[in-house]
Design a protein. Structure first.
Length: 369
């Protein structure tokens, strides 16, 4: 009888552990990527990293489809909103994440490897092309803005698309981007901090000018634009040299290169606004949270002060694989699960559960001596 009870206990332990780990990695129900729609309201926010009142009427969309996880690092919480005017798309991206590292850590993985650090990646099909593609076919493009302001420009898009409209700079002058004052950049980053001053997240505010990439764009009500957004999450506390967690809006990690699986931005009439009563603030810290504004771009001995952020130009060409090993530059799908899966799930936890049960089962059959 005792043996049967012991066996039953071991089986219950296995089932319980497996269900816990399965629940921890479950992603929200996925729709067809093209069913993902965000309505961009009309307006012109100031791009300074502050969340101005003008954003209150913009629809909030959560970025919560998991395409990669190590099952150890805390998953970031992210959401975004979109506005537009006659010249630009404007984005406000809020990320809650207590493991974003610092500027020095980000600087160790620049250019084609920026995806290995914390940051926001955006992909566009300005002509709303919905063909199946296996790469960024112009005018589609893709870029990354790191949590500390570095950029990766995968398609050599003109600088005036998302980096700067300051005249006289060319891709060959990449180093000059680190010296650009905030007013000359097309993006700004601020940080959420807790009562101790520790960073518990960041806010990216940026504008994108599609016209230099696609002259046929019409910035008016009714226009639809193919789009997706990713959140890359690295955990420096684990000394990780790559991405630990990854989130995407549509749930299809190949949207950066496949026009057919992008979501859609639709420009709304000028009198349209939305309420977001059903969207709660993402959890941050139990401590009081404040937001510090980024105002300058200067690095100080590897530490970033409350006013400083580092920026740098990204690569000017498509990513190419290095010879071998962890330093190889990879596109996002290399470490991800197939579309329709809940993301890459570590097999370590279920294995540990089975090992623990295996240890209990033989013990259940041994007689006391």
């Amino acid at each position: 009888m005792k043996r049967i009870l012991s066996l039953a206990t071991a089986l219950v332990l296995v089932v319980s552990l497996l269900s816990v780990f399965a629940t921890a990695t479950d992603a929200p129900a996925k729709k067809d990527p093209q069913d993902y729609l965000i309505e961009a309201i009309y307006g012109t926010p100031i791009v300074d990293g502050d969340i101005d009142d003008i954003w209150k009427g913009a629809r909030i969309n959560m970025i919560e489809q998991v395409f990669q996880t190590d099952d150890i690092s805390p998953m970031p919480v992210a959401r975004y909103r979109v506005m537009y005017d006659e010249f630009y798309l404007y984005f406000l991206v809020e990320v809650t994440d207590s493991t974003i590292g610092d500027a020095e850590w980000e600087a160790q993985s620049l250019g084609g490897n920026l995806w290995r650090r914390d940051g926001v990646s955006m992909t566009f099909s300005p002509d709303n092309n919905r063909d199946i593609t296996d790469g960024q076919v112009a005018p589609a493009f893709w870029f990354i803005i790191g949590a500390f302001g570095n950029t990766a420009n995968w398609n050599s898009a003109p600088l005036s698309v998302f980096i700067t409209e300051k005249e006289g700079l060319e891709l060959a002058d990449a180093g000059d981007f680190t010296k650009l004052p905030m007013e000359d950049r097309m993006y700004a980053i601020s940080y959420k901090t807790d009562a101790t001053g520790a960073k518990v997240g960041y806010v990216l505010e940026n504008k994108v000018n599609l016209k230099p990439r696609y002259d046929g764009i019409k910035m008016e009500a009714g226009t639809k634009i193919g789009y997706d957004i990713y959140i890359n999450d690295n955990n420096p506390l684990l000394f990780s040299t790559s991405r630990n967690n990854g989130l995407t809006w549509t749930g299809d990690v190949n949207s950066y290169k496949n026009n057919a699986v992008k979501g859609t931005i639709e420009l709304q009439a000028k009198n349209i606004t939305f309420t977001n009563d059903d969207i709660t603030e993402p959890p941050v810290s139990t401590a009081e949270v404040t937001t510090e504004e980024v105002t300058t771009a200067e690095v100080t001995s590897g530490e970033v002060t409350t006013e400083e952020v580092t920026t740098a130009a990204g690569t000017a060409e498509e990513p190419t694989a290095a010879a071998s090993g962890d330093d190889a530059t990879k596109a996002p799908e290399v470490t991800t699960a197939p579309a329709g899966d809940g993301g890459c799930k570590s097999s370590a936890a279920p294995v540990f559960a089975l090992i623990a049960a295996a240890a209990l089962i033989p013990a259940a059959g041994r007689k006391r001596r």
